[in-house]
Design a protein around this ligand. Structure first.
Ligand code: CP
Ligand code: NVA
Length: 315
């Protein structure tokens, strides 16, 4: 059974196929209007969401299927009355595909052990693969191709989006540079670092991890940042994190060090005056709403690919 748990598990060919399929669906949505007819998606949410929830639900609807929103706070699992194993084994008896947004990545891996239908990681504290697939689609649309581009990520890097960029960019032949504060709490996990280093060496591209924001962004084609206050970070850390991440805020001054045609990305939600200034996110280089739109095309692509691989639809 093929799942999407992290992009570490996916090959460059699989990533390219997901992007090409998403672009085809985006260009010809009418050709896919019945592709998931009568299929049911269960969407398990432990955390808030705007984009992921709406794009999966609208995408499933547009392809002829149905999506069920399942709020974990109302589940027997949440109140300690049921295990992950029994929750998943039951859910699989009703639905064709599951997506889950969870705190702990280990819980997602536990779900994967028991599911008999495809499982999509819709964000854990460790990775956010569907986001980065949609992001690479967006970069390809704006820049023509991925290979040889430099993506610079600035800010919180012990972070699901950063990890997913690390699993995907060097694998796709992109140079990747990360600028973040020193310390295990702010730097990427060793596993993501090892994967990025190995893929970069294999594909003859650079992978740089630095505490110097200016060095990280220099000559970048794509500048990316994410929230300093991810969903799982307690509110009481906000003041300290503002101070720590301050030098990595993407300002117009910092953007000027990237290539003149560089694009600015943020997976959203974003706060102006935190990880970037309003001038940057609302400026002409920003492509954040193209990213957000592509979440839907990519989710359609992923459901199609995984349901085909599971033999649940033809084609
Ligand atoms: N980027 C993203 O996953 O947004 P949501 O948290 O709104 O789903
Ligand atoms: N790193 C962010 C991504 C939100 C889509 C978080 O985990 O909250």
């Amino acid at each position: 059974m093929q799942h999407l748990l992290t992009l570490e598990d996916w090959s460059a060919e699989q990533i390219a196929e997901a992007i090409a399929t998403a672009r085809h669906i985006k260009a010809h949505p009418e050709q896919y209007a019945d592709s998931l007819r009568r299929k049911t998606l269960c969407m398990i949410f432990e955390k808030p969401s705007l984009r992921t929830r709406l794009s999966f639900e609208a995408g499933m609807n547009q392809m002829g299927g149905h999506a069920i929103y399942y709020d974990m706070s109302t589940s027997p699992l949440n109140s300690g009355k049921e295990s992950i194993a029994d929750t998943v084994r039951t859910t699989c008896r009703y639905v064709d595909i599951i997506m889950a947004r969870l705190y702990k990545h280990e819980d997602l891996l536990e779900m994967a052990r028991y599911t008999t239908v495809p499982l999509i990681n819709a964000l854990t504290n460790y990775s956010h693969p569907g986001q980065v697939l949609a992001d690479l689609q967006t970069v390809e649309e704006h820049k023509g191709s991925l290979a040889g581009l430099k993506l610079a990520y600035l800010g919180d890097s012990f972070n699901n989006v950063t990890h997913s960029l690390m699993f995907a960019c060097p694998k796709m032949g992109m140079h990747l540079s990360i600028g973040c504060p020193p310390g295990d709490e702010y730097e990427p996990s060793p596993a993501a670092r090892a994967a990025a280093e190995a893929d970069a060496a294999r594909n003859n591209v650079t992978f740089q991890l630095t505490n110097d924001a200016q060095a990280a962004i220099q000559d970048a084609d794509v500048v990316y940042t994410d929230s300093w206050m991810s969903y799982h970070i307690p509110k009481e850390q906000e003041a300290a994190r503002r101070e720590i991440f301050g030098p990595y805020q993407v300002t117009a001054q910092l953007m000027a060090r990237a290539k003149p045609k560089a694009v600015f990305m943020n997976c959203l939600p974003a706060l102006r005056g935190m990880e970037q200034t309003a001038e940057v996110i609302d400026g002409p280089q920003s492509i954040v709403f193209d990213q957000a739109e592509n979440r839907m095309h990519m989710h359609k692509s992923l459901m199609l690919i995984l349901l085909r691989a599971a033999g649940k639809i033809k084609g």
